[in-house]
Every structure is written in C-alpha cells, then in structure tokens.
Design a protein around this ligand. Structure first.
Ligand code: FES
Length: 591
C-alpha cells in the first residue's frame, strides 16, 4: 500500500474475506439464494451472460453507477475508470455490475443541469432499490452529479461510496496559467473591451480544457467533491486527485475494494452520516472558498437525512470559518496545486477544532483518523489559520425587503469597494432581454448602477440556471470597469466571480418582491451588515403588486410538470418536497 500520507487510500485486497462472512445476510441473496422459479430466472439469466456460479455465488453484488456520456466532457475517462473499479471489486471478492445512470454534463445540457439534479437523484435511489445490489460505487464529478448521487444514495440507504471524477490538469497559454470557467469570463471581457484578438481567443479555446476531468478551479465540482469527502462519502484524499494521473486509477481500484467491504459491513449512509457530518460539509465548503452552489446542495443533502439546514446556520458558520484554500476564483491557485500542496485532508487538519473529527466515514474510521497523517506541503496554497486568505466569511447570507427568505453572495469574490453599495437599478425581465440589451451603447447604465435579472430562479428560468454573473456592459468594460453589483434569483457558476447577489428567495416567478423592482429604484447592499434593502415605500410596493399579472403554468406534461409542482425554493435546497426526510422506500417484493 501507499506510503505517501497525502495519497488516496482504501481497503486492502481481501479475496478470502468472503469465506468468513455469511452470504445469506447480503441483500442480493433475496434475488439469488431461494430455490424457487423466480430465483432460477435470475441465476439462469446471469449464466446467459457467460457468468458461472463461482462468479457470483456468496459474493456481494457491487454496482458501478456510471455517469459516463459522450456529452459529458468532464467524465470522458469514466469508461476506463469503471474497469478499474471493477478490478478492485474483483480483488476483494465482489461481483461487479456496471449500471449506467443519467449524466449531467454542465457544458452541453440546456437550459441547465440543475433542472435535472433531482431527476438523477431519483434515478440513483430507484436503481439502487429495485436491483439486487449490496453496495454501490457512485461515479460522478461534474457539478450536479455529486449532490444528485449522494441524495439518491442517502434516500435508498444502501452502502455507497463516491468516486470523484477529479479535476483537469492546469492549462497554459503563453505565460498564463488558465483556469477553466473563471478565465473564460475574464478573457471574454477582455475581448469585448477590444484587448484580445481573434487569434488569441482561438488559442485559448484550444488549450483551456487540457484533459479529462472537472473544472480545475474551486468551482462547484471541486467544492462538492471536497464536501463529499468531508461528509465521509469517499476514500480519504479522493477529492483532489487529478482525473488523469495514475493515482486516480489506483483510487478507482481502491474504491471498488472499499465497496465490497461496505457491503459486508452494511455501512449505509444512515450508519455514518449525522448532523455533525453536515456541519463539517458546510465548514469545508467555506474554508476552501467554495462555490455558492454548495449551499443549495448541502441544504438538499441534509434534507434527505431529515436534517434542516437553514441559511442562518450557514451564515453563523461563515462568521467563524477562515478561508484557508488560496484557490481560484477567490484565490490564486488551481486544483492541481491543491493536490500537490496536501489536498483537502491537510486543509481539514489545519482547521483544527472547527472540524468534528469524531464523525465516521465509509471506510469505518473516523474523519480524524482519515486526516491524521496529512501534511501541508505548500502553505501558500493551503494557508494556516494564522495567515488565512480571509479571516472569515467566504460566503454571506443577506436578508431584507428584496429577499425575505434570504439570498447569498460570495463576498470573497466581490471587489472591496462594493461591499457596501447603494445604486440605481437597471432591470431586465428575463435572460433574453438582458442579452439583447446589455451591450447596447444607449443603455442608461454607469459603474454604480445595480444590474437586476429576474425570471431566473428554480421556476422562472426554469431550473435555476447559472446566470447570476451578469455581464458588464461593453461600454463600461471599455472604460475599465470590471465589477458591478448584480442581483438576481439565479445561481452563479462556481467558477464565476464579482459582486453578485444570488438565490433571491422567494424568486420573482414565485411572487417574490424582485418581480416588482423597476429601473430607477434604489437598491442598497451591505455585506458586513448582511442586509439588502430596496428603497421603495410599502404603499408603492402594494400598488405594484396589484398590477402583477397572474403567473402562467410552467408545463402541463412530462418531467417539467412534476418539477414545477414540487420544486422548493433556493433557501430550501430546491429538492422536491416529496423527497425530503429520512423515509426510505420499502424493499421491493420478489414474486
Ligand atoms: Fe463539468 Fe465544470 S463543466 S465540472
């Protein structure tokens, strides 16, 4: 086994362990053990695939839930990785079965993958429940695949270990080190400002995504991979291993071995996840300077456990958690640097008593045991608590008459001069209107204006897309403006930055006050004071309310119909209301 304290590790091969364990305790034995006609059918069809008794008899069935797809660019290595997981399962005496599940590739799916997070969560839950599966390896990585798979596994409550896709390698262009996502926004602004020629823009297109893997900034994918590890859902050290290094292959094999152990030990999500694990997840997302999307996903994950995680709790933790990860877009470095600097385990160790190290993990050891030997190799990438990137407050929750149920801002990614700001609103009714008008030279806008976008929330868009980093008007870019206050009921990509107030709840399409704001109204934000205020009288608000048209139904058929009826608002995690709570569905009858 590995000797590097920062290398990912897991269960050792144990091909003889099956002999000491009773196969009749396995869930899959309900399908395969009985001497009846139905079980005969199950066994004979495995034989029809070329398997013999020795392949599966007495062995845990371990499913490899694979989100590989040609249209998910971040998971392009998952075909090979699934074979490596399979190798690990065989090493430990399991019977591997690969099961494809829906892939949510952030770049290609429209209007947004978030529309389908709950659909993948439902698929994972139902696939696990209806098959003869004793344990599962969840292969995900690109943004929403992580929370979706964790939510589904929690609800199914079948032993499951998460295998993160891992980040892409760093990209280089001329002297610059590029980060996918963040640098696309940056260089696009420079192109609009007239500072970048077509040839350079084309060169950036050719090199900004240099390998398989997820975005290599601390965007949503890496944030959620770190959260998954902090929750105890991965092998120690799994969150940061780059997608294409040899260690990622070894991680896949070790994860397969681990799943077999979990099947025998019946190490279900409910056996190790607690409210304290969720708090560890929140603190982790804050300490790495993670994506604002983690708030929505963590609320939803907690909800599946029957735990209410409020925005207030998130803000409380934000006020005591230093930002130690010096990672883009808030900081300087990329995920490959984080990996070489010691990775998440070293950062968690640096957080000291802020992390509850007694929480358990899928490995059957505590989080404390999992991080005990980790070391910080580069203390500029992983800062100490004495020298943090920010003392507290990576992400803040604001409230006020424009967001009665709250909204969030990644304060760390906002220009200091805009932390307290009052300006005149420039309102766009929807994304199409914003896109058509934002660069119009006639648009009445200044660097002090407050750009507002509505109809961009869970119901409005629909699906809660990442439109929250509204573009800076071209005429202001040409004047050198690079940040402005932007407010919306949208989310923002974890790779985005700027003074963007997000997740306004309730959203405009659900009757929130954002629907009533007009161009010319004054809006004030006060991040240190956690306040957002719309300077319009109550009488004027009441008058505008009366003039609001009745909302139209989103859809009268299909998934969108189900979604519109049951999706909750951002402050509740956007899960479906009927999936919240620890109420596992019944085991299927086998007749
Ligand atoms: Fe998949 Fe960024 S596009 S992680």
């Amino acid at each position: 086994m590995t000797t590097n304290p920062n290398s990912a590790s897991g269960a050792s091969p144990s091909s003889d362990t099956n002999q000491a364990r009773d196969p009749h305790t396995l869930r899959s034995s309900r399908w395969f053990a009985p001497d009846d006609m139905r079980s005969f059918g199950h066994r004979s069809r495995l034989k029809g695939m070329g398997f013999d008794d020795i392949d599966y008899e007495g062995r845990p069935v371990v499913a490899i839930l694979n989100t590989w797809s040609d249209l998910n660019t971040c998971h392009s290595h998952f075909r090979n990785r699934a074979d490596e997981v399979r190798r690990g399962i065989l090493q430990s005496g399991g019977f591997p079965v690969e099961v494809p599940v829906m892939s949510l590739g952030e770049m290609m799916m429209k209007p947004t993958t978030m529309l389908y997070r709950n659909l993948l969560a439902m698929e994972v839950e139902e696939v696990l429940r209806c098959h003869p599966i004793d344990a599962a390896v969840l292969m995900g990585g690109c943004d929403k695949t992580v929370p979706a798979m964790l939510m589904g596994a929690i609800s199914a409550d079948i032993p499951s270990v998460f295998l993160p896709a891992g980040p892409m390698l760093k990209a280089r262009w001329k002297e610059a080190t590029l980060g996918s996502g963040s640098d696309v926004w940056k260089y696009w602004d420079e192109r609009l400002a007239g500072n970048l020629c077509d040839r350079d823009w084309n060169c950036i297109e050719n090199c900004i995504a240099p390998s398989a893997g997820t975005c290599m900034t601390m965007g949503t994918a890496s944030t959620m991979a770190c959260v998954a590890e902090a929750l105890g859902f991965t092998l120690g050290g799994a969150a940061n291993v780059p997608a294409v290094v040899a260690e990622h292959s070894r991680l896949a094999v070790a994860t397969g071995r681990q799943a077999v152990e979990m099947a025998w030990e019946k190490r279900t999500p409910s056996s190790f996840l607690t409210e304290r694990s969720i708090v560890n997840g929140v603190i982790t997302s804050l300490a790495i300077g993670g994506s604002t999307n983690a708030i929505v996903h963590l609320i939803a994950i907690a909800g599946r456990l029957g735990i209410e995680l409020t925005l207030e709790r998130f803000d409380e933790l934000s006020r005591i958690t230093p930002v130690l990860g010096n990672l883009r877009p808030a900081g300087q470095y990329l995920m490959e640097d984080f990996y070489h600097a010691g990775g998440l385990r070293a950062l968690l160790k640096e957080l000291g008593e802020l992390v509850d190290t007694s929480c358990q993990t899928i490995s059957g050891v505590s989080l404390g045991q999992q991080i005990a030997e980790a070391e910080v190799i580069d203390n500029d990438v992983i800062r100490s608590r004495e020298n943090p990137l920010a003392v507290v407050g990576g992400t803040s929750v604001l409230r006020g008459n424009l967001a009665p149920s709250g909204c969030v801002i990644k304060a760390l990614a906002a220009e200091p001069r805009l932390q307290r700001h009052r300006g005149v609103a420039v309102v766009f009714d929807n994304y199409a209107e914003m896109k058509a008008q934002i660069h119009d030279p006639e648009l009445e806008v200044t660097a002090d204006s407050v750009l507002i976008l509505r109809s961009a929330g869970p119901l409005g868009a629909p699906g809660f897309p990442e439109w929250g980093m509204l573009p800076i008007p071209q005429k202001l870019l040409q004047e050198g403006v690079r940040d402005m206050v932007r407010i919306s009921d949208a989310r923002m990509s974890g790779t985005s930055y700027g003074t963007c107030v997000l997740h306004i709840a309730p959203e405009s399409a659900a009757g929130g006050p954002l629907a009533l704001v007009q161009t010319g109204d004054e809006i004030e934000i006060d991040i240190p004071g956690r306040r957002i205020h719309w300077h319009v009288s109550d009488a004027e608000i009441a008058r505008r309310e009366q003039q609001q048209p009745e909302p139209k139904p989103l859809a009268d058929r299909g998934y969108l119909h189900l979604y519109a009826k049951h999706v909750m608002q951002a402050d509740k995690g956007c899960d479906f209301d009927f999936l919240v709570g620890r109420t596992p569905g019944a085991e299927p009858d086998i007749f």
